[in-house]
Design a protein around this ligand. Structure first.
Ligand SMILES: [Zn+2]
Length: 113
């Protein structure tokens, strides 16, 4: 199995958002109570919405590849929006953002990765 679960946010009718994930086989879970670890699962996301969260909507992350490295790009100034590396995890060489701009990461000890 190569695919990973896709994260989403379930926005309830009252506006409260819950974190959830849809798995490659179509099953979905949502964390009802992260403090207590309570989750609700269903065979499909549609079933979850129909039976557990009537009137809720799903918000998918935008512009985020399913799997990516995620290393933060060093800020050039305090006004630079935060950007993460969009290459595959454990990639070789430099990091790159969505525009294809590449950068090298220098660690706290000065090591280059
Ligand atoms: Zn990277």
């Amino acid at each position: 199995m190569t695919a990973f679960a896709r994260p989403f946010r379930l926005i309830q009718r009252n506006g409260v958002a819950l974190d959830g994930a849809e798995f490659p086989n179509g099953r979905a879970i949502v964390l009802d109570d992260p403090d207590w670890g309570l989750c609700t699962g269903a065979r499909t996301l549609d079933l979850l919405l129909t039976h557990g969260y009537h009137g809720a909507r799903i918000k998918w992350p935008t512009n985020v590849p399913a799997e990516h490295c995620g290393h933060p790009k060093p800020p050039f100034s305090e006004h630079t929006p935060p950007t993460e590396c969009v290459l595959r995890p454990h990639h070789q060489g430099s990091h790159a953002d969505e525009q294809g701009t590449r950068w090298w990461l220098t660690g706290p000890e000065g090591e280059q990765r």
